[in-house]
Structure formats: C-alpha cells, structure tokens
Design a protein around this ligand. Structure first.
Ligand code: DX5
Ligand code: ZN
Length: 244
C-alpha cells in the first residue's frame, strides 16, 4: 500500500504569480504539483499548455502531475513529456465515443464502452517508455469497470470526483465506490499493489477522510489549498484530516 500523498492544484492559484504560490507551498513538502491542462473541447475551459509546464518545471523540484483534459493526447503527448511532466494522466473517455456536446459546466463526457482500447494502451505505453508515470482518469459518469482492464498498464488511476473543467465544485459522493473498486481490484488481484489511486475534485478537510478510507492515496486539492489565505496551513490541515 502507498502512503497518502498530496497534490496541490495550481488551478486555484493566482495565474499571474504561480512562482509565489509554488514557493509558498514548497515548505509543506507536497509530494506532487497538480497541473490541469484543459483544451476548451474535452472540457469547457482553457488553461495551461506546454510552455507553461516547461516554465513551471524550471522553478520547482516538486514532481509535476500533469492532468491532460484534452481530446487528442495522441497528438500532443510528446509536448508535455518534453516539457518535463513527471506523471501524465490521460482520460479513458478518449478511447470511446465522447463527441456529443454534453460538456457544459456541471456535466462532462462519459462513455459506456472503450471502443478503442488500443488507443489507451498506446498512450500509457508511450508515457512509461519515456520513463514517466502513466495515469488513467475517468469522469464521474464513466463506469469504473471500464478502467479495470488497464490497471496493469498504468501507475495511477485518477477518479474525477467533480465534473472536470473548474475548481471549487462540490465532491460527488458516488466517487467513493469507484475508489473502493479500484483499490480492491488493484490489491486483491495483485495486478498492481503499488498503484497510485488519485482523487480529484472537491477535496477538503470534510471530504478527505472518506476518500482515504475508500482507498485513495493521492489527494488533489485546489480550492482547499490555494483558495485559502494561508495555503501552507491549509495543506497541513488536510494532512491531519487525512490522518497523515
Ligand atoms: C478540475 C480539475 C481539478 C481542480 C480541483 O477539472 O481537474 O484538478 O483543480 O479543484 P478543487 O480542489 O477546487 O475541486
Ligand atoms: Zn485535475
């Protein structure tokens, strides 16, 4: 089992001054820095691209956890690997039919089957071949069972506990069952006992304990850390709440 780790998400930091936000949070020794890449298509928001990831890599030694909420990672993956991402997460939905326009704020793409598993496998393999950790994420509406066949091909599964696109939303309770399923599958089958199980969205001191109890071992927090006037104290409080 992995110890519980944290990934502050700079989505909730001041976009005009990432350097100060990162310098501040470094004192709390976060295990990862979560970077939300959005393309305005897979999610209804646009954020950070490869030059910004490269610049962030230059100013911090915190490993970069790059969450690709983009429709075409097969075309753009190398940009993020070259920019210095230490962990790259792609979305399972891009292996299925996700082309209906249902990604308004408060919704997100979901799939019922992975019609192109080879597309997902190829992406995970490219990330690992580059010597980085490979992550696979699923949106709230996508059944957790669809991720299970890929567990031995990835280093991390990211359960979205809000509809991706924006920080500061409320935690979706049904995410807990997904975490439990991933955790039990990873350990029971010994497929991947060291799997990182990441949860992203609505994590705060109230919601964190249940996610850890359900098997999460990497907690993303944006608003709960950078939306707080004292991000360092907020990270410490989250660690306490999570029992670490
Ligand atoms: C949402 C992003 C999250 C976001 C979480 O699409 O993937 O990483 O930063 O923000 P909070 O912690 O505010 O819910
Ligand atoms: Zn994220």
């Amino acid at each position: 089992m992995q110890p519980v780790a944290f990934a502050p998400s700079i989505l909730s930091a001041d976009f005009a001054d990432f350097a100060s936000a990162i310098r501040l949070i470094e004192a709390g020794q976060p295990e990862w820095l979560h970077i939300d890449v959005m393309d305005g298509h897979f999610v209804p928001n646009l954020t950070i691209g490869p030059p910004a990831v490269k610049a962030l890599k230059r100013i911090t030694d915190i490993p970069l956890d790059v969450h690709l909420m983009i429709s075409n990672p097969e075309e753009q993956l190398d940009w993020y690997l070259e920019a210095g991402a230490d962990l790259v997460t792609v979305h399972l939905e891009i292996g299925g039919q996700f082309d209906q326009k249902v990604n308004a704020h408060g919704q997100s793409f979901a799939i019922e089957e992975v019609s192109h598993p080879e597309k997902i496998s190829a992406l995970l393999s490219r990330i690992r071949t580059a010597g980085r950790k490979a992550g696979l994420s699923l949106n709230p509406g996508t059944p957790v069972e669809l991720a299970l066949p890929f567990l031995d091909q990835c280093d991390l599964v990211l359960v979205m506990s809000v509809h991706p696109g924006f920080g500061g939303q409320s935690f979706i309770e049904s995410s807990l069952e997904k975490l439990e399923r991933i955790a039990s599958e990873a350990t029971a089958t010994s497929q991947n006992p060291n799997l990182l199980i990441e949860v992203d969205g609505g994590i705060n001191t109230q919601t964190a304990p249940a996610t850890v109890a359900a098997g999460a071992n990497l907690l993303v927090a944006g608003n709960a850390i950078f939306g707080n006037p004292d991000p360092l104290a907020a990270l410490a409080k989250l660690r306490m709440a999570a029992g670490v």
